[in-house]
Ligand binder design. Sequence first.
Ligand SMILES: *Cc1c(COP(=O)(O)O)cnc(C)c1O
Length: 470
Amino acid sequence: MKYVSTRGKMPEKSFTEVLVMGLAPDGGLAVPTRIPTLNEATLARWETLSYPDLACEIFKLYIDDIPQDTLKTLIRGAYNKTKFGSDDITPLRFLDEHTAVLGLSNGPTLAFKDIAMQMIGELFEYVLERNAQQLNIVGATSGDTGSAAEHAMIGKQHINVFMLSPHGRMSPFQQAQMYGLDEPNIVNIAVKGVFDDCQDIVKSINADADFKAKHRIGAVNSINWARILAQVVYYFKGYFAAKKAHPEQTISFTVPSGNFGNVYAGFVAKQMGLPIDKLVVATNENDVLDEFFRTAHYNVRPSPAVHETSSPSMDIGKASNFERYIYNLLGDDAAQLRALWQQVEQQQHFDFSEHQQALRASGFLSGKSTHANRLATIKATYETHQDYLDPHTADGLYVTWQWQARGELSGISICLETALPAKFEQTLEEALGHVPPRPAGYEHIEDCDKHVVVIDNEAEAVKQLVRQHG
Ligand SMILES: *Cc1c(COP(=O)(O)O)cnc(C)c1O
């Protein structure tokens, strides 16, 4: 399998080359030259596979420059009971006979990003070891990504992590998840500023080509193809689990969405031939994607226009992985894609209505949930099912209910659980008047010693830390 850029100006690369690449040199995103399709016999054979075995079958189709027994070892390092609490890795639970929740958040940092990040950690270490290279990951986080990345890189010999976060702006729980780590290869950096300031520093460091090359600066951001690939697996696993319980029903997924990475993985699974009925994109008040699916107009929002909400990991005005989806809808036509993204850059907008047919055929629905909707959904789900939802998952379930009530979502709806409520206790308290019990081992995490360097809002201070530790 070879990879090209959505913008069409990158020579073909192998999987391990795009793994450590970040953005393509032409500004695009790495995509496979074709998405492999499965026949019914293969799908039937996969139904009973364990999570790691299923992951292996899927990865093999996209990775041809890592030996298969090595790949198996890496997968077992990433996906095991010790890290994810059960052999299922992503257990499915039914709320009622039409609605289920796929538990993606039982990894070390209690959010679905662990699933991709744990695999990335294994893959990076293997490839860097093979190439006798070191990598300094410099990233910015407002919460979930940074902690998932740090926990995936613990103990890695070839990787240092320099993670920037906005000083005093993450929840105490999220701060403890990151700053509580005392690891020689992890440096927490709290920037006196907001998340955008952190991101600007990362951009400016990456724009300094000399520094970037000299210190081997890398990233683990949400555009990494390997993260998408890792996420494809649980759509198969969740589908098979639902089918086993209700063999005659159609099966759809609802995905609380921000950067479109999670739901794009579902679209890849669907293109591979997994018979997913609908993919439902749920947004919060930042409803750029919902607007697109309703109107075929894509209007990105600059950061100052992005609302701060109680489902903060979906507070995004420009969804990076959306580019891959549009590329596929255009029949992998890089020239047309380039023209649309030029419009995004110049006018923050494009009109996709002439492609209505491809859009409709892709099987997406969408909806939006607000603070009040999310609180009501958390409350109703607790009262009816004694089940605790995090605010992002509640957005997903709210949108699922809307479409079920309109009669346009039938069969089984699987809502992806993108985080556990323990990470967002303040919102749970607001919805329920109490906070849910925390998972074992997380009861007192705020009491730990904090390991974090507080710096002024300037790139030079980060460069200095990289020079010292990198
Ligand atoms: C990252 C994240 C999302 C959004 O996922 P995308 O892949 O960016 O669409 C939703 N919920 C939670 C809890 C997250 O951490």
